[in-house]
Ligand binder design. Structure first.
Ligand code: MRU
Length: 368
């Protein structure tokens, strides 16, 4: 994949969610998104437990970004072993730590995918060169993790370019959750489309849903859109129908955490209701995601594992209990939007429109 990244360097730095400094042994850092936009804090993650916890508590979040964090997490895991340990002794321990990391969040397939990619390189190098040490494995893991990081930047850029073709000056875009630079290594997926269209000189504005229960839309998406200079109106999730009934919304653009072979798409909870409302009002809904978000081993959305999170994310608000004690809670983090409600899936290989087994298959046969 090649093309020039487009985000203004200052904004790219400000919104870069994850990185790795130096060679192995080196330092994995993340921007703690749980504190944004109020506080900007960089955390160093120096153990597998710390990486797992950061992903689980959404300090780093968004499908591609947790993939990159997991990939660098494998480097951290290898660095935690005695540096002179032989590859044969190191590999089983590394496999176990990689499995633990991959389980930090179950829905976004990018996490397991990226960890698998790094482990595949590590296994291959260990079998080619049995003299390799644990430190050598860490260095091999770092090469692959950096490649995935760089690649995601370029893939976001291409998603942005394909998607921008769908937008024209004056369009009003409705988005949900957060699929911008903070959720990826680059300009974002859904928000990358807006960023590229704005760079092409198209005058756009957006509605961003606050996104229950953790307010990624309110805290992160509206912050990114402000930095990108795209006028945004923040709304609560329950306002979607009212917005469509009263404003001329041109399109809904959302990201994805796992897309089944038939195009059914898991994304942040609330996306499915939004899709139903959008269809009622005749507003096209597009999903923007890299090919690494597809899970072709799953025939349809019924097979996508849905993460359930702690009740306190709903019973409390900003750390204060708001619901009465003793109430039951159901807190799935994602839902599945059936493919017939999706007008197209925008990827770095083109747009699957309408999404179907055939249009999706075709994306994977194109050279990347
Ligand atoms: O729970 P989160 O904040 O990780 O959920 C993120 C989303 O649902 C995003 O829309 C998704 O990961 C798209 S990735 C750019």
């Amino acid at each position: 994949v090649s093309s020039e990244p487009s985000l203004d360097v200052k904004i790219a730095d400000l919104l870069n969610p994850v990185g790795f400094d130096g060679d192995a042994p080196g330092r994995l850092w993340i921007l703690d998104q749980s504190l944004l936009p109020g506080e900007r804090k960089i955390l160093t993650l120096d153990s597998v437990e710390a990486v797992h916890a950061a992903i689980h508590r959404l300090a780093v979040r968004g499908a591609p970004a947790i993939g990159i964090a997991g990939a660098y997490g494998v480097v951290v895991a290898a660095q935690s072993l005695p540096p002179d340990l032989t590859a044969a002794a190191a590999l089983p321990r590394l496999e176990e730590m990689a499995r633990r990391l991959a389980a930090a969040r179950p829905t976004a397939v990018n996490l397991a995918w990226a960890i698998d990619e790094v482990m595949a390189r590590v296994r291959a190098r260990a079998s080619e060169n049995p003299g390799l040490t644990a430190l050598g494995l860490a260095r091999e893991a770092l090469v692959k993790a950096r490649e995935l990081d760089e690649n995601n930047k370029l893939r976001c850029e291409r998603i942005g370019r394909f998607g921008a073709e769908l937008l024209k000056s004056g369009d009003v875009v409705y988005t949900h959750c957060n699929a911008g630079p903070l959720a990826t290594a680059g300009i974002g997926t859904a928000l990358g489309v807006l960023a590229v269209a704005a760079r092409q000189g198209k005058r756009l504005s957006a509605f961003a849903a606050e996104t229950r229960p953790l307010l990624q839309g309110a805290r992160l998406t509206s912050y990114e859109l402000r930095e990108l200079g795209i006028p945004v109106r923040l709304v609560t999730d329950g306002m979607a129908a009212h917005v469509f009934a009263n404003f001329s919304v041109s399109a809904v653009l959302v990201g994805a955490d796992r897309i089944a072979a038939n195009g059914d798409t898991a994304n942040k909870i609330g996306t499915h209701s939004l899709a139903v409302v959008a269809q009622h009002y005749g507003v096209p809904l597009y999903v923007a995601a890299p090919l690494s978000t597809f899970d072709l081993s799953i025939p349809d959305g019924k097979g996508i594992p849905i993460e359930e999170r702690v009740p306190e994310e709903i019973t409390e608000f900003a750390g204060r209990r708001v619901a009465p004690h003793g109430v039951g809670v159901f807190n799935p983090a994602f839902d599945v939007t059936p493919a017939p409600l999706i007008r197209g899936i925008i990827t770095e290989a083109g747009i699957a429109s309408p999404p179907s087994r055939e249009t999706i298959r075709a994306l994977f046969t194109k050279p990347s």
